[in-house]
Design a protein around this ligand. Structure first.
Ligand code: XMP
Length: 511
């Protein structure tokens, strides 16, 4: 398989670069700049991309690269800091921008030299996304200037004889017009890639590797019904069939018909499917608990307890499988961020279960690749394209204390919202949408009688990373239909509100 090596200098768009490369059907991995050169060489890439980074290359403590990398004979594309690093290392000069006009942030009109392989076939003028305060005062010997902006004559540089290219802007972000085409040009025109990264091939390779690793061993997987654990389960089922046991714990706070749907989706494989109905015990432990973090903690603990009981029944297992995906792997090295919510992911690793090894078959895949793999494996579309659903489920969408009646009402209201969103085609536009049962009751009138029932909130957001989000501008007539259906069809709810706060300052979930 052809591979691209992405060397990470701490930039904020590093994952995006990797996704773009994979979207162009070329496999890549992100490695930290501290990785020794011999290890990088062992990876055997056909090309290298240096990412951006927050530092200035001329500072003593800034991330550097072994200069021998430039004698390796592998093409390099440097982006932003990566471009400056290459210039600095090869005898150019990078300085802080003297005046503000040479600093560039945001969308910038840019002119490209389309005889350069990187810009081949693209319009000579476009818009690029800049984010740099440093300036290449002197370009290294052998490099030509291949793009300019009003403020800067050397927006891009190239030494085509050695296959070295540098851009001051970020081709990986959507704001850069034709940015992906530039990355594709680097991969196909400069590195001569053939595009051998496809999910069909990956599926077969992954199955063969899993069979080899697992042999005749037993595998245990906590199946949550979410995309990642479902695809991991399907891949393992395909690889080792009945050696796999999936434990699906229904905590009674799932969406409508969720348990049945998951069970049905896995009926096509010869695996051991254990469905545990834990609704009573979870609801009992949650009774009277109002504080969101407390709810999360109880559900996390109880889940582990149930999982432990089930795995004891199964006996010693050789492998514990997890649906870890690539962004989790890259992010695990990230710095400390303030804990807003504990995000307990039910299905996380219980550290007491008796197993020899962990298998993480999706460890190198991005979310969209996981979905694609799920389709290749024959999982139904509703499972594969499912929106995120928090591990604690409806527990954090029922404000205040939780009862079975409230969970039932919310489940039904949420299903109506889901159904109408799909019918209106808005499910393709909003990235997450759900109903929240508030603990506010208000007076209403139904028929000729007074009601005093709960207020339900609808929430729909657009987001690409779930770190920030905007509220979705849903059509009024859709909101109207959802509202009248819910108050008519669900007992105990007499008022509907629509949440129009973005994140920040709100969060996506209410608790
Ligand atoms: P917030 O509410 O923090 O949510 O804006 C961001 C994303 O994370 C999901 N979320 C959770 N997922 N366990 C999970 O597995 C949790 O406790 C949890 N809390 C929030 C939320 O649905 C959204 O997609």
């Amino acid at each position: 398989m052809e591979k691209i090596l992405i060397i990470d200098f701490g930039g904020q768009y590093n994952q995006l670069i990797a996704r773009r490369v994979r979207e162009c059907n070329v496999y890549c991995e992100v490695k930290p700049w501290t990785t020794p050169l011999d290890q990088l060489k062992a990876f055997n890439p056909i090309g290298i991309i240096f990412t951006g980074g927050p530092n200035s290359v001329y500072l003593d403590d800034s991330p550097q690269i072994d200069p021998d990398i430039f004698n390796w004979g592998v093409p390099i594309l440097g982006i932003c800091y990566g471009c400056q690093l290459m210039a600095h290392a090869l005898g150019g000069q990078v300085t802080p921008a003297q005046d503000d006009s040479a600093r560039e942030y945001g969308k910038t009109d840019t002119w490209y030299d389309t005889s350069c392989k990187l810009f081949q076939g693209l319009p000579a003028q476009g818009v690029s996304w800049m984010s740099h305060g440093d300036y290449m005062a002197k370009v290294p010997q052998g490099f030509a200037l291949t793009a300019r902006s009003d403020a800067c004559p050397n927006v891009a540089i190239a030494d085509e004889s050695r296959g070295f290219y540098g851009v001051q802007f970020h081709p990986e972000v959507n704001h850069t017009r034709h940015g992906v085409d530039m990355i594709r040009n680097f991969l196909y025109e400069v590195c001569h890639a053939h595009g051998d990264w496809t999910m069909g091939d990956y599926k077969n390779t992954a199955i063969a590797q899993l069979r080899e690793k697992i042999g005749s061993g037993k595998v245990l997987l906590a199946l949550s019904g979410g995309v990642d654990s479902s695809v991991a389960a399907a891949l393992l089922a395909e690889a080792v069939g009945s050696q796999l046991t999936c434990v699906f714990v229904d905590h009674g706070l799932m969406r409508l018909n969720e348990g049945d749907e998951v069970e049905e989706a896995f009926a096509q494989w010869d695996l051991n499917f254990v469905r545990v109905d834990g609704a009573d015990r979870f609801l009992k432990r949650l009774a009277g608990v109002e504080e969101p973090e407390h709810k999360r903690k109880i559900i996390g603990e109880e889940f582990i307890r149930v999982f432990e009981e089930e795995s004891k029944k199964i006996g010693a297992v050789d492998f514990l499988a997890q649906g870890t995906i690539y962004p989790d792997v890259i992010e695990s090295g990230a710095g400390e961020a303030a804990v807003i919510k504990s995000h307990h992911n039910v299905g996380g690793l219980p550290d007491y279960v008796d197993f020899k090894e962990i298998v993480e078959p999706l460890r190198m895949l991005f979310k969209d690749e996981v979905r694609q793999l799920g389709r290749e494996l024959g999982l139904p579309e509703y499972l594969v394209s499912r929106q995120p659903f928090p591990g604690p489920g409806l527990a954090i969408r029922i404000i205040g204390d939780i009862t079975k009646e409230k969970a039932d009402a919310l489940r039904l209201a949420d299903a109506i919202f889901q159904e109408e969103m799909a019918r209106a085609g808005e499910d393709k536009c909003a990235n997450q949408y759900f109903a929240v049962l508030t603990n506010t009751r208000s007076v209403g009138v139904m028929g000729d009688g007074r009601t005093y029932d709960y207020t339900l909130a609808l929430r729909a957001v657009t987001t690409s990373d779930f770190m920030t989000a905007d509220w979705a501008r849903l059509p009024y007539d859709l909101l109207d239909r959802v509202s009248s259906r819910i108050v008519n069809e669900v007992r105990g709810i007499n008022r509907i509100v629509y949440d129009i706060t973005s994140k920040p300052p709100a969060t996506i979930e209410w608790e």
